[in-house]
Design a protein around this ligand. Structure first.
Ligand SMILES: NC(=O)c1ccc[n+]([C@@H]2O[C@H](COP(=O)([O-])OP(=O)(O)OC[C@H]3O[C@@H](n4cnc5c(N)ncnc54)[C@H](O)[C@@H]3O)[C@@H](O)[C@H]2O)c1
Length: 508
């Protein structure tokens, strides 16, 4: 029998009062839960208390909290000088240094002093909950309780069941998470849990694109931020997090999945990390920073549309319709007919395919042909894709035309599935595989990703918007072009796409 986390006088313990521990203490106390806090470093413990008091003081100043509520919250926090002082806690959350040996030692010490009914949870972000539990006397009461940084601002908490965790333990952590004013999401133990797994689809995939010299990092940031609606571009994000954090986390997830190609990082990330260009913290990452401010790389003015004729391929009817509308509203001199007349710019809208293959399949003049990525919509920043034979004159006509209404356009070099199709399909595929492995429920996958990563949509919703059949086509195109199992579609996606089902549909 474990504790009832909904009981009013619940007492919890937090072990470790660093960046995460103090945030966890803050949201617990504000949520009405009494908390005892221990840290091996006494100064850190006192600093954590001052930090929380100060944060709540600012909330009062800004009118987001009443002074009385602040005092009540602070009065619920008790700093303690030894792990044994946590003996009467009904749930203990470990948020100490990310090191397996340290954590095993802490868990053994906690188990020695608490009652048999006490739940012990870890806030680890990269270690297996099951591995930590395996060193414990009662692994069935150990679970993951994974908060995000900064805790008071990030609503999500992942509740992770290890292989031996009793279901009632996770149930109680779900209750406690809600009491702490978080949005708990339940999942099974897996490398990177849920959110950190999906995050690889964004930054690692784009780093692979850059490594292939498809474009500059700033191009990808612009396309994904301004074109696909992400709050930050992947390279801006890697600079903010620090490559010394992002790359080891990526490598660890890849290795923990026994070298699963879907998670394979780019060797370029390793080299850049070793070179010490880590991001904001070193004033240089992908961008350069001065006094903490990002210096925007110079952007070349886009060419003007020269008024020349434009022919749009009808091979992809949806792409033809969408691009014809935009080209018309940009004032294009559109020419029709079954084949492109001499001198016309040729635009194609392949899904999952590179421009070169499209040129060959449709028997087009490669020097005049460019691809346009229409699938995520053409209302915002547009991507124009050359092939190795495209002449500058036609590339500039395409760029000028697609920016004639001021929406913005970026030219990249040939690659299958371009940028938005490829990155969104990769994220969707990882989400589908998480569903296939039963790590979390489909709705929870999307909820966790939107809350934990601030993406404009969850992985399965991205797939629904693009259309599961299109996502399958994109991944098959990537797989055909590269022959890399990294792009093999998850069975969850393939079966639902083939049967015309939603990616949220579960099997009986
Ligand atoms: N920082 C993040 O973005 C983030 C996000 C999610 C999860 N996490 C996880 O949260 C945990 C803590 O991370 P953090 O960023 O707060 O680290 P941190 O370095 O800021 O704090 C760790 C704290 O643990 C204390 N500590 C070390 N050994 C201890 C012991 N034996 N007993 C008690 N306290 C001890 C340290 O004194 C320190 O105050 C890690 O497991 C980390 O993976 C971190």
């Amino acid at each position: 029998m474990v504790v009832d986390a909904s009981k009013e006088d619940l007492l919890i313990g937090v072990c470790g009062a660093g960046a995460m521990g103090r945030g966890i203490v803050q949201v617990a106390s504000v949520g009405g839960v009494r908390v005892k806090v221990f840290d091996i470093n006494k100064e850190q413990l006192e600093e954590a208390f001052k930090f929380i008091d100060n944060m709540l003081g600012r909330a009062v100043e800004k009118g987001r909290m009443q002074q009385e509520a602040r005092q009540d919250a602070v009065s619920r926090i008790e700093l303690v000088g030894a792990i044994s002082d946590l003996s009467d806690c009904e749930i203990v959350i470990e948020a100490a240094t990310e090191n397996l040996e340290i954590k095993k030692k802490i868990f053994a010490e906690i188990e020695d002093v608490v009652s048999d009914n006490t739940i012990i949870a870890t806030n680890t972000s990269s270690l297996s909950v099951t591995t930590i539990a395996s060193a414990c006397k009662r692994p069935e009461r150990i679970a993951g309780f994974h908060f995000f940084n900064p805790v008071p601002l990030m609503k999500l908490v992942e509740v992770i069941d290890g292989v031996l965790t009793e279901p009632c333990v996770g149930d109680q952590l779900m209750t406690l998470g809600s009491r702490m004013t978080r949005e708990p999401v339940r999942l099974k133990d897996a490398p990177g849990f849920l959110v950190n797994q999906v995050g690889r689809g964004y930054n690692v995939e784009t780093q692979h694109l850059q490594a292939e010299c498809v474009g500059e990092f700033v191009d990808f940031d612009r396309i994904l931020r301004d074109g696909a609606g992400f709050r930050m571009g992947p390279f801006e994000l890697m600079d903010l997090t620090g490559l010394d954090v992002t790359h080891p986390a990526s490598e660890l997830i890849y290795r923990q999945f026994f070298d699963e190609p879907r998670y394979r990082p780019s060797p370029v990330m390793q080299s850049r990390m070793e070179a010490g260009i880590l991001g904001r913290k070193t004033n240089r990452g992908y961008y350069v920073y001065e006094n903490g401010k990002k210096l925007e790389p110079e952007t070349k003015a886009l060419p003007k549309y020269d008024g020349g004729p434009v022919w749009i391929s009808k091979a992809e009817p949806d792409g033809h319709a969408a691009l014809s509308d935009v080209a018309n509203s940009c004032g294009a001199k559109i020419v029709t007919g079954d084949t492109p007349p001499d001198g016309a710019l040729i635009l194609v809208t392949p899904v999952g395919q590179e421009v070169t293959q499209t040129v060959v399949d449709q028997g087009l003049d490669a020097t005049r042909t460019l691809g346009v990525d229409y699938l995520v919509g053409l209302g915002t920043h547009r991507t124009v894709v050359s092939n190795p034979a495209t002449s500058i004159e036609y590339r500039d006509r395409a760029l000028g035309l697609l920016n004639n209404d001021g929406v913005g356009a970026t030219a990249i070099r040939d690659c299958p599935a371009f940028v938005c199709q490829r990155v969104l399909a990769t994220i969707c595929n990882i989400g589908c595989q998480i569903a296939q492995l039963g790590t979390a429920e489909p709705e929870d996958i999307d909820k966790a990703v939107v809350l934990g990563l601030n993406y404009p949509s969850g992985p399965l919703s991205f797939g629904e918007t693009l259309g599961p059949k299109n996502v399958l086509k994109i991944l098959e195109g990537l797989y055909t072009s590269y022959g890399d199992p990294r792009y093999r579609p998850s069975p969850w996606l393939r079966r639902r796409a083939m049967l015309g089902l939603s990616l949220f549909d579960k099997e009986i």
